[in-house]
Design a protein around this ligand. Sequence first.
Ligand SMILES: *Cc1c(COP(=O)(O)O)cnc(C)c1O
Length: 407
Amino acid sequence: MNNHPPFTSMGSVAIHAAHALSAAHAHLTPIFATSTFTFDSAGQGMARFSGNEPGYIYSRFGNPTITAAEEVIAALEAFNLTDDVGNPLQLKALLHASGQSAMATMFLSLLSADDTVLSHYSLYGGTHEFVYGFLPQYNINALIADLRDLNAVENIIQQTPTLKVIHLETPANPMMQCFDIESICKLAKQYNILVTVDNTFATPYLQQPFKYGADFVFHSTTKFLNGHGTSIGGVLVGKDISFMRTKAYNTYKLLGGTSSPFDAYLLIQGMKTLELRMEAHCSNAMRVAQFLQDHPAVAQVNYAGLPSHPDAATVQKQMRLPGAVLSFELKEGLEGGKRFIDKLNMCVRAVSLGTVDTLISHPASMSHSGMLREDRYKAGITDGLIRMSVGLENINDILQDLSNALA
Ligand SMILES: *Cc1c(COP(=O)(O)O)cnc(C)c1O
């Protein structure tokens, strides 16, 4: 990491970490739009390839703009944390072209044939398909359980000597279920099992999984980290620096899912307002959740910040604030859902989340419309379920739009 003062907030870290890159003293991190880097001599080329001399070689292996974004994210995830012997926690991040590719690098560098991974219901769709559809093709076994039931988890661990990784996503769509990272990590550690966390919905500002013992974290940076919906990206972060530099880095280079310098630049700019944005996102989300809870057209609100949410205590324990994604159930089912969506005037009809504008989707008629109703219900996606990523518009405008659409 760069030499910088001990900052008192993540907001300052996001603005100032990884900032001195340009010989021309550019204020902002430049976009190094170059596929390759030059060597002064054969000897230098050799030294860089062997790792004896630091320096860039080819942009799929690394690029200065990408490094800057990686250093910011590592600094945020490590903010104010210490390692086992009390030194500031060191993390290494690898920036990818998408959340999916960060997730793929993670699982493919950690698992090999005959290993087993355990995860939970309601994973992000792409992760679910990768773990339960793709990995088994390579004889990597995948089990599923409710990871809130620690007795069940321990039983599975004891019956599965090949279990290598427990993966969790918290909070998770669509019910915003949350898992107790610390309890799961404590249990996993007793059996030498690694714990990986998808921290996309929370961002390091709201939740730092390494604080609770997680071994690896990944994000879709497409969402709240970028914050403005300007590019697709992902990041893998690990505390085993040697593993990150060897096995994970090699997998990253071979799969080739490296970020582009331009996307890294957009991400760096977006992250500078992370603290401000997350505070405002969460404050708007709480107001929206309360409004919906009191509305006669709404049967149920799933927001981890409401005291009625089944995982509210877990949120209190491990999150600074409960996030800005929620879902709610309309009393009038499929037709009610479509009518509500069509009547919105300001909120944007779109999938994805974590942008400055409020995004609303109706999974039954959109993202999950190809699924059998019965399977959809098993995944918790009922006919009248609406998914909402609460944005940064003035709260009165958001409530006004919802109120009109629900009328
Ligand atoms: C979007 C998302 C992903 C996948 O990320 P991409 O950037 O779309 O590849 C993974 N996990 C969660 C929780 C997400 O929201």
